[in-house]
Ligand binder design. Structure first.
Ligand SMILES: [Zn+2]
Length: 308
């Protein structure tokens, strides 16, 4: 039975005709978090069956695709491949319209998480980075009385956000010129795993966030992703250049100059969220050697111990 499900999934994915193998890619030689260059190859294929390798940095434990597609190849991927691919994987239609119900539930839950830190910010400005169709930004703006702005590279999704009354920018936060604009709140929801340069994006966010502002960001916890399916390969997908864990995300935030006020294990048990405020950048705030060793040991355990 499981074989049949897997077989029909493979057929649906093959039916898309997407050739990952021939997409332009770049090899990464330095870790985006700590700069080290010694990696261990964890996996050789992703959950769709594409030959994508996930590497872990030996020094800090950051996990990332390597090589990975160029920015242009990802642009092509998000322009008509990504949603059909995810739909083929799950065997049901997932598009800019159908994701909205799921996003509404997510928005309500996350708004409650940051509410304790938002009380004195009514009327503030808010930027949603990678905000897709704007459901989350719209909900947050309404809940907190903020003026909502959304930046996302996908034109069709940005158009939906515009129709919700948000100010919209089609593009990437690393490249867009915000001039002297500063935002009181920045939210990065279900987006950081999709970025090509996490360190660069967080540095940019630090610049455009008001000194007394608030950052909300969440990750798909890589450990949760492989433990729930007891498969490291199934936790890897070409749509995610990065596979963050609590130690690596905390190190990213601290080294970019953010202080974590509260973290939260989401009700889905998969995402971990962080509410942060600007602090002093601590570039030495790297994950401990023990945390790296624990990660690699657990990956080997999941890859080889029988599932009970
Ligand atoms: Zn590293």
């Amino acid at each position: 039975m499981a074989g049949t499900i897997e077989q029909s999934r493979r057929q649906r994915i093959a039916g898309l005709g997407y050739e990952y193998e021939t997409q332009p890619k770049q090899a990464l030689s330095a870790c985006n978090l700590c700069g080290a260059s010694q990696f261990v190859v964890l996996t050789h294929r992703d959950r769709y069956g594409f030959p994508a390798q996930a590497h872990a940095c030996n020094r800090c434990g950051l996990v990332f695709l390597n090589p990975r597609m160029t920015a242009q190849a990802y642009g092509h991927f998000y322009d008509g491949v990504y949603r059909p691919l995810v739909s083929a994987f799950h065997g049901r239609l997932i598009d800019a319209r159908t994701i909205q119900a799921e996003q509404r539930d997510y928005a309500s839950e996350r708004a409650e998480f940051i509410r304790p830190f938002m009380t004195r910010r009514s009327g503030a400005t808010m930027l949603d980075i990678g905000g897709s169709t704007g459901v989350v930004a719209h909900h947050f703006a309404r809940e907190f009385g903020s003026k909502g702005t959304l930046i996302d590279p996908a034109p069709l999704e940005v158009e939906q956000a515009r129709q919700l009354g948000l100010e919209t920018i089609t593009g990437l936060v690393e490249e867009h010129d915000f001039g002297r604009r500063r935002f009181d709140t920045v939210i990065i929801c279900q987006t950081v795993d999709h970025l090509l340069d996490v360190a660069g994006t967080l540095a940019r966010v630090r610049q455009i966030l008001a000194n007394d502002g608030l950052l909300f960001i969440d990750i798909v916890d890589f450990r949760a992703a492989y433990l729930r399916n007891w498969s490291v390969e199934d936790a890897v997908k070409i749509d995610h250049p990065y596979y963050l864990t609590e130690p690596t995300m905390t190190a990213y935030l601290r080294s970019a100059g953010f202080e974590v006020l509260r973290s939260d294990y989401a009700a889905d048990h998969l995402h971990v969220s962080y509410a942060c405020r600007p602090g002093i950048a601590d570039e030495g705030a790297m994950p401990s050697a023990a945390s790296v060793e624990a990660l690699l040991r657990e990956v080997r355990y999941v890859q080889n111990a029988p599932r009970t």
